[in-house]
Ligand binder design. Structure first.
Ligand SMILES: C[S@@+](CC[C@H](N)C(=O)[O-])C[C@H]1O[C@@H](n2cnc3c(N)ncnc32)[C@H](O)[C@@H]1O
Length: 464
């Protein structure tokens, strides 16, 4: 039976017997539009043969090796046609019948000596102890008496920042069940709506009117990202209107909405005017911020566009955008600026000094790019930076122990999920749910929590 994952899932079908497991090919099941958009392969997940149903086995040629996702594409298209439910989402995941648990639980292949890089099993480094503790970048503030409603919550970047800034959490809405599970794991007492229940397009927001002071959320950024086709409103994943509808129904005192910086570019000026500011400006004073993660101590080159809106002119007038707290530069420059030093990747992760360190390249979202992989790599330039850092950004392992055990061929440091969490400004023990690619996707989709914290604190100061 196919299971709807919302708009960031994929088909999972089997192929290739490898390392005692089937590697499963995950395919982006983008809904065909009038132009007959084609399906694209997106990456791999795995499941043991004994968990694999007869139905799936007959769909794939288990004896024929394939390059990631390519060889069996026609098969997947057939499965799509046979199996895709007619529901208004862009992606689907085909549940391998016989898997007892949720399809989100399908596990990624273990990195092995043979997989992705070759390499040996003799560990070359001790288990690292990060020097950066992201919670220290966002000291817990006292309850500020403001209630926040979170939409498009993902794995909780904005939620965590607002939480640490002293807001009370009213509820979170997120369509991916794994991401919603992360929030519930992290804050069991929170009201979290996940899966179909968390679909913000299906909620009647009027019941929230007068109940919250602020709404925050980051609609999917793929329609605008330079990593994609930048189809904007023509992209079926564009959800800004749903956020605008929510704001107009709830009418909070303030809102914070984030996205990729490309949304602030000339290309989308008309879109922003028509679809976002046009409907909101009669009710809100809106300011656009462009923020850098490193300015808040996050060791990553990552920029976000943030819209901040206030219902009352007096609150808007009091609002001061968050000032940088950190700087990446030499000691003298940092001291002269009166700021704190922003660590580089190696220092943040507690790796030995190699006389070179710098910010991590932007961590990709494993859920939004063309592949559902366990790589955080975004570009060829990013690959060069990681190589200079002697950090291996592919085949991210679930734990530090596993990362240490599977040495890449080039003998660079293999990242683990907790390491990537630190590079994104999350506590290393943030309880991410799902397979590795799903955990990385939640991290890669997120606003770095220290950046969210700075915005949340600035908004709280304006609301008084
Ligand atoms: C850019 S991410 C948000 C990241 C989040 N702000 C954070 O800081 O961690 C967008 C999220 O919107 C979710 N989403 C997409 N369509 C949705 C819908 N119809 N209802 C609720 N959530 C949706 C995606 O699953 C994804 O987690």
């Amino acid at each position: 039976m196919p299971a709807v994952l919302g708009n960031e899932g994929g088909f999972v079908l089997g192929d290739v017997r490898a390392h005692g497991a089937f590697k499963f090919c995950s395919i982006e099941g983008r809904r065909r539009d009038e132009r007959g958009e084609q399906l694209r392969p997106t990456g791999l997940a795995s499941v043991r043969p004994d968990q694999c149903s007869e139905q799936i086995k007959t769909l794939v040629d288990v004896d024929r090796p394939m390059d990631e996702g390519v060889a069996s594409l026609p098969l997947m298209q057939r499965a799509h046609i046979d199996s895709a439910p007619r529901v208004p989402y862009n992606y689907y995941m085909l549940r391998p019948v016989g898997l007892a648990s949720d399809p989100d639980d399908i596990q990624d292949p273990e990195p092995t000596a043979e997989s992705d890089t070759g390499g040996s099993r003799d560990p070359i480094h001790p288990i690292n102890t990060p020097q950066l503790r992201p919670t220290e970048l966002m000291p817990q503030r006292e309850d500020n008496g403001l209630r926040a409603l979170s939409v498009f919550s993902g794995g909780g970047g904005l939620d965590l920042g607002f939480d640490r800034a002293g807001y009370q959490h009213a509820a979170s809405y997120e369509i991916l069940t794994n991401a919603a599970a992360t929030l519930t794991n992290a804050r069991p007492d929170w009201e979290v709506h996940g899966g179909q229940d968390g679909d913000i397009a299906a909620v009647d927001w009027r019941s929230w009117r007068g109940e919250v002071d602020i709404v925050h959320g980051g609609p999917p950024c793929q329609p605008f990202s330079i990593a994609g086709r930048q189809a904007g409103a023509d992209d079926l994943r564009d959800m800004w209107s749903a956020l605008v509808d929510c704001l107009l129904a709830v009418r909070p005192r303030a809102f914070v909405a984030e996205n990729v910086p490309a949304l602030a570019s000339e290309k989308f000026k008309g879109y922003v005017r028509r679809r976002i500011l046009g409907p909101l400006r009669p009710h809100y004073h809106v300011e656009t911020l462009l923020l850098r993660a490193e300015a808040f101590g996050v060791p990553q080159a990552r920029r976000r566009m943030v819209l901040v809106g206030f219902a009352r002119a007096a609150d808007a007038a009091r609002f001061a955008p968050p000032a940088a707290t950190h700087l990446r530069g030499d000691a003298g420059t940092v001291e002269n600026a009166g700021l704190r030093h922003c660590m580089g990747v190696r220092e943040a992760l507690g790796l030995p000094d190699i006389r070179y360190d710098t910010l991590s390249p932007t961590i990709r979202s494993g859920l939004t790019g063309p592949h559902h992989t366990t790589s955080i790599l975004n570009s060829a330039a990013a690959a060069r930076t990681f190589a200079r850092l002697q950090v291996w950004p592919n085949g991210v392992a679930a734990t530090r122990e596993r990362a240490r055990a599977f040495v890449p061929e080039n003998r660079h440091f293999r990242l683990s999920v907790p390491d990537v969490a630190v590079l994104q400004g999350f506590p290393e023990d943030w309880p991410l749910a799902g397979a590795i690619y799903m955990q990385l996707g939640q991290l890669g989709n997120a606003v770095p929590p220290p950046m969210a914290y700075a915005v949340a604190a600035a908004v709280a100061a304006a609301l008084g």
